[in-house]
Design a protein around this ligand. Structure first.
Ligand code: NAI
Ligand code: MG
Length: 482
């Protein structure tokens, strides 16, 4: 008699996605050839196959994009009635919904994330952000009463590869709602959903130059930051680059928001509903292959339930399905790039070398592509690199604690401060913990939940500024204290 049901593959068809062989830069409402004359190949990390050729924008290209954004700001966008701006944002949101499947497939193809996540999380949340900020566009005076909010001007926005479309939405929606124009650069490994988004802008008939999308690597990003015609920079990515940007901007008067790394504590008390907590641990660290700045990468378990928690966790890990991102059964997809895979492997090796105990469930990985087996480390000391550094992969480090004070002490013992999770039956304990945790976002009895109305951002080396909610508008308005 069969004791377990096997999954049959359930691949999503990729036919809905029509890629161009090569892409230009989206400047002034149309695709133009890069002045740099340079292109590079963007790939599917699950198959190591080329998908398309995209432009590597240089200084002259950046200048052209910034000028287009400035022209659109002065000429149309800043003069438009706010209720008219809202109409465009609503249109963009609706078109994203209509083309949701196309975006989901493309996002999984270019980034390696499971289709289940791009379909159920990334794309719906991206649309939700445009809906949400569309609602604010003609109500800015109510968001900032008596302070006469005005747009800032041209925003340069640089985003990472872990949530390409969602980060684009987080950046573009509030900027446009407040009347700014935009030059946005997706990460070098995941440019395709941003390039498809240009077609959404065309459909929405957004005036030319209001949103310009340019592609390229960190060199392009650095040119955007340095450009004198930019009024505001919004960056999501590594702490290292965030610090470099801050150095470049010192004394320039340009506005800056930074959303950087994290090393979040997910704290499980002995009265927590354990099965739910284990689901929260899994979701906290294996969601999106752990390529999540707010990932619950440090598990803090109360000592009295340590054995039971680890046993349940390992059992649950054995049910995770790793593989083809386009398969609807897949829980953990491909690592985004060879570079990121090498970083994860090196940090995991350091954990083994420093003396932590490693567990990886039996797992058959595809032959081609970039993969990493979901991993948990126990016996971890706070001094180990795997307890301190952001791994940005499917790797969990487990620590224990005895008292709430010890949990706080350990949770806050990090240069980061982006997020945290607390699992307990007691409401009063949740509130007490939330008061003392130095983290921008704290989830109680859940993890990795996002909503456009809820501000997101960090403390300390996780950056500053908030995205989402009314707070997210603040980065894009100039205020007079009238
Ligand atoms: P990165 O910070 O280099 O890349 C993020 C974005 O910044 C990309 O669009 C990139 O082209 C751009 N960029 C790179 N150098 C730049 C510069 N000098 N000036 C302006 N823009 C620049 O991150 P990377 O190298 O892809 O990943 C390294 C580590 O950073 C990851 O392993 C992870 O730990 C962390 N990271 C954190 C993210 C987050 O969501 N907070 C997102 C991506 C990476
Ligand atoms: Mg980098």
């Amino acid at each position: 008699m069969a004791t377990a049901w096997d999954y049959a593959p359930a691949p999503e068809s990729r036919d809905i996605v029509r890629l161009q062989e090569r892409y230009g830069l989206f400047i002034g409402g149309k695709f133009v050839e890069p002045l740099s004359g340079e292109r590079y190949t963007t790939i599917d990390p699950a198959r190591e196959e080329p998908l398309s050729e995209v432009a590597q924008a240089n200084k002259a290209d950046v200048d052209r994009a910034v000028k287009a954004a400035r022209g659109a700001f002065d000429g149309t966008w800043s003069k438009l009635r706010p209720s008219e701006r809202a109409k465009y944002l609503f249109r963009i949101a609706r078109i994203l919904q209509e083309r949701a499947r196309e975006f989901a497939v493309l996002e999984s193809l270019n980034g390696g994330k499971p289709i289940r996540e791009s379909r159920d999380v990334d794309v719906p949340l991206a649309a939700a952000h445009f809906f949400y900020y569309a609602g604010w566009a003609d109500k800015l005076e109510y968001a900032f009463p008596n302070r006469k909010p005005r747009p800032i001007g041209v925003a340069a926005q640089i985003i990472p590869w872990n949530f390409p479309l969602l980060m684009l939405a987080w950046k573009i929606a509030p900027a446009l709602a407040a009347g700014n124009t935009v030059v946005l650069k997706p990460a070098e490994t995941t440019p395709l959903s941003a390039l498809l988004f240009c077609d959404v802008l065309r459909q929405a008939e957004l005036p030319p130059g209001v949103v310009n999308i340019i592609t390229g690597d960190g060199r392009t990003g650095a040119e955007m930051v340095a450009h004198p015609g930019v009024d505001k920079i919004a960056f999501t990515g590594s702490t290292e680059v965030g610090k470099a940007i801050q150095r470049t901007l010192a004394g320039t008067g340009k506005r800056l928001t930074l959303e950087l790394g994290g090393k979040a504590a997910n704290i499980i008390f002995d009265d927590a509903p354990l099965d739910q907590a284990v689901e929260g641990i899994i979701n906290g660290i294996y969601f999106n292959q752990g390529h999540v700045c707010c990932a619950g990468s440090r598990l803090l378990v109360q000592e009295s339930i340590y054995e039971a928690t680890i046993a349940k966790l390992k059992r649950r890990m054995r049910t995770l399905r790793v593989g083809d991102p386009l398969d609807k059964n897949t829980d953990v997809g491909a690592i985004n790039s060879k570079q990121q895979l090498d970083k994860i492997a090196a940090l995991v090796q350091s954990g083994v070398d420093e003396g932590a105990e490693i567990y990886q469930p039996p797992c058959k990985l595809p032959e081609r592509g970039y993969w990493f087996v979901p991993t948990v480390f126990t016996n971890v000391a706070q001094s180990y690199r795997i307890a301190q550094e952001e791994i940005f992969g499917p790797v969990l480090s487990v620590l224990t604690f005895r008292t709430p004070d010890e949990a706080i002490e350990k949770a806050n013992n990090t240069p980061y401060g982006l997020s945290a999770g607390v699992w307990t039956e007691k409401g009063s304990r949740i509130l007490a913990m939330a008061q003392k945790l130095r983290a921008g976002v704290i989830w109680a009895n859940t993890y990795n939940r996002f909503d456009p109305a809820s501000p997101f951002g960090g403390y300390k080396e996780s950056g500053f500024g908030r995205e989402g909610g009314r707070h997210g508008l603040e980065a894009y308005v100039a205020l007079d204290d009238a």
